[in-house]
Ligand binder design. Structure first.
Ligand code: RUB
Length: 333
């Protein structure tokens, strides 16, 4: 494929298409693959023109970033790598390539460690004999559940099938493989089973500055039902799923996918007067979330802005210099 006069390596195109078509899915996995795609692109660049390399990497970054809109982990991973490239002030293509490859590796390692750490921190919130519920497939929520199970705490897990893409089946398979007692239930059975549940654990695609959690469509219904039943609702999320854009007032774009993921094309053709919509994420307000389990600690969702300011303070101020006149200045570097 060609982009702005540069040839984009086949493997990078494959990763981008994998994310777009959901062969590669889940916010953490998407971010790790995004970082990997940048490293592959850097490695495959031939030539010694530094300016051309930087232009090429900028194009690849935009190309990777635009694969799917909702999970902020993807633009955050891309920015992590690209900002390290910029800060390295390279004087040759080799320098620049090294900076990208190292940053990509660093991000992937950080991410994998974060998933483990969240598993350990989250398992502390699970008590012996607990019956859990989860929604969709989240690597980090599975990490919490499996860690708690290995500590002998989890009695059973209700897994919602999660229509229309049925990611619940992936979760059910992974948990059952670990030996967890799994009960797969239709999404519509959430309230029927909630009375048997002690705690809900889900993942996140994006956490907004006000602590609102964007995750797979239907998550907010689980949270609502959990609140009604006084069941604790935990969100497991790495800090790179917190959105710096929301602190600047941007809304989180909710991806709407093809109707043929809901009903087959034949049915659509036979029923031309029926509209079919397929929004794939929804927003759970912070007041429905008991805690967000991050690799940097278990926090109330209302502290999301603090994580963001700590992580991006200076850069956020750069993005919106008017903040300076308000005297809001947090030094992070
Ligand atoms: C996946 C989803 C997951 C989060 C967190 O949606 O909503 O709960 O991405 O996953 P999709 P992880 O299947 O549409 O990508 O913990 O693996 O990052």
């Amino acid at each position: 494929m060609e982009l702005g006069g540069f040839r984009i390596p086949e493997e990078v195109v494959r990763i981008r298409e994998g994310i777009r078509t959901m062969r590669i899915r889940g916010a953490g996995n998407i971010a790790r693959n995004g970082a990997l795609a940048l490293a592959i692109a850097a490695e495959r660049f031939s030539g010694s023109d530094l300016e051309a390399f930087l232009k090429y990497m900028g194009l690849v970054a935009d190309y990777v970033r635009s694969s799917r809109p909702t999970a902020v982990s993807l633009p955050n991973a891309v920015s992590y790598v690209m900002s390290r490239l910029e800060r390295s002030r390279p004087t040759s293509v080799d320098d620049a390539r090294r900076a990208v490859v190292e940053a990509s590796k660093e991000f992937i390692e950080y991410s994998e460690n974060a998933v483990k750490l969240i598993g350990e921190l989250g398992a502390r919130r699970i008590e012996r004999g607990d019956i859990l519920m989860t929604h969709c497939h989240s690597t980090v929520a599975v990490s919490v559940i499996v860690t708690a199970f290995r500590q002998g705490k989890v009695e059973r897990v209700y897994v919602k099938e999660t229509r229309p893409a049925f990611q619940g089946l992936i979760t059910a398979r992974e948990l059952a493989k670990e030996g967890v007692e799994v009960v797969l239930i239709p999404d519509s059975a959430v309230r029927y089973y909630m009375k048997k549940v002690d705690k809900v654990v889900v993942g996140a695609d994006t956490i907004a500055a006000n602590g609102a959690v964007v995750n797979k469509i239907g998550t907010s219904v689980v949270a609502l039902v959990a609140k009604e039943a006084r069941v604790r609702f935990y969100v497991a999320s790495e800090t790179y799923k917190f959105s710096p854009y929301t602190i600047l007032g941007e809304l989180v774009p909710i991806e709407v996918r093809d109707p043929t993921e809901v009903v087959d094309p034949g049915w659509l053709a036979e029923n031309p007067n029926v509209q079919v919509f397929n929004p794939v994420f929804d927003v759970t307000p912070p007041e429905y979330v008991d805690a967000v389990i991050t690799e940097r600690g278990v926090i109330p969702p209302q502290l999301a802005a603090l994580i963001l300011i700590e992580q991006y303070g200076v850069k956020l101020l750069d993005a919106y210099p008017a903040h300076r006149s308000l005297g809001l200045h947090v030094d992070t570097e």
